[in-house]
Design a protein around this ligand. Sequence first.
Ligand SMILES: Cc1cc2nc3c(=O)[nH]c(=O)nc-3n(C[C@H](O)[C@H](O)[C@H](O)COP(=O)(O)OP(=O)(O)OC[C@H]3O[C@@H](n4cnc5c(N)ncnc54)[C@H](O)[C@@H]3O)c2cc1C
Length: 411
Amino acid sequence: MKDALFYDAIVIGAGAAGLMCAAVASHGGKRVALIDHSEKIAEKIRISGGGRCNFTNREVGYENMVGENPRFARYALTEYTPKHFIDLVKRHRIAFHEKHKGQLFCDDSAEDIIEMLLAECAQGGVQWFRPCKVDSVLKRGEHYQVNLEAAQALQTPHLVIATGGLSIPKIGATDFGYRIARQFDLPVVATRPALVPLTFDAQQWQTFAGLSGLSLPVQARAIGEKNSTVFNEDLLFTHRGLSGPAILQISSFWQAGQAIELDLSGGQALDTELTQSKLGNKQQFATVLGQYLPKRLVEGWLAAEGLDTLAAQKYADTPDKTIKALAQGLMRWQLQPTGSEGYKKAEVTRGGVDTRHLCQKSMQSKVHSGLYFIGEVVDITGWLGGYNFQWAWASAHAAGKAISSSPPSAA
Ligand SMILES: Cc1cc2nc3c(=O)[nH]c(=O)nc-3n(C[C@H](O)[C@H](O)[C@H](O)COP(=O)(O)OP(=O)(O)OC[C@H]3O[C@@H](n4cnc5c(N)ncnc54)[C@H](O)[C@@H]3O)c2cc1C
């Protein structure tokens, strides 16, 4: 058997985090190998942000992260900020714009970000292995040996796992990273689809299925999850349930069996407004509500609550108590999703390698020196809005810097 090829660092997974880490480590003078099993690397960057890649957000902190210990992300996010990535994008003359709430998108195409990262890797002389399947990873003394299916084995003192999460399996997502973590006795926090549309029991949803395509601004939160945040975003009705940014955001907090709460008024004091506009108002109840909310939604909602008779009632004749209770129902609409659209539609995976077993400065295993986990494979999930890519860049940068500043290694 041939001797293994030696590299200062081997990165498995050439997505957002893997490309960034390989570039940073190689710029520090290290010989880096980058392995990916897909024909087309970085597919998630390519399809992100509707093809324009929401590559970061102007403001990113650990508060925008979800997981068992979001504070873990603090060090990496402070060391490599959105400004650092924006400077890199500007150096490569990529035109971009802010769309909404600090979210930055390419003017032309997500392809620009991929080209930029490939150019950074080329500049550092990163060696490619792709498409290339990894058979196994073994520890040999101080080194890690990566056995490849159709190429010579590789050895390194620094092995970086950047194989991402489980979402969108058809473009190459695998559980490889979690398997390697378990092989080296690193616990994996249970995974589940996140940033994903939520679904409902078909019968329960019958009344609302007809609203499919309807969108409105709401306040949304998942009930029961500690640290659950209230999001002011758009809600979208679908045939099978709810989607839109508001739902994607709270889906990362939602747990099976729990309810979600929506303020359909989008934060207006609907109870006060409605009682104040009552005096002498001869319109029908549904018509008045329709001034605040889409009429189709009002009718569907009243029907689902068994209050359809109210719709045709004269507003002025409706007691204040009823109006108030109804407004509060619309402002605190609680529903129990039965599931989600799953990994095939989820933008990210919640859960992953347990951060308590990683060093926050280098993303290295606390027990297995030289074994790193970066990006989505770690139990850190960003909100919708460029936060996931910023986590990928920042965690990759932390590992890349730690590798590039490590002493020279002998084969
Ligand atoms: C539709 C969609 C849109 C999104 N839009 C945005 C957005 O606009 N902004 C944002 O911040 N986030 C967005 N995200 C999330 C973002 O894409 C991910 O969080 C990010 O790509 C994670 O980076 P990563 O490098 O950890 O993993 P990935 O980018 O998933 O890269 C993992 C790499 O590992 C490779 N790999 C997997 N298994 C193996 C294996 N066994 N052997 C070898 N290689 C392997 C894969 O081929 C892939 O190239 C979006 C996600 C989706 C699905």
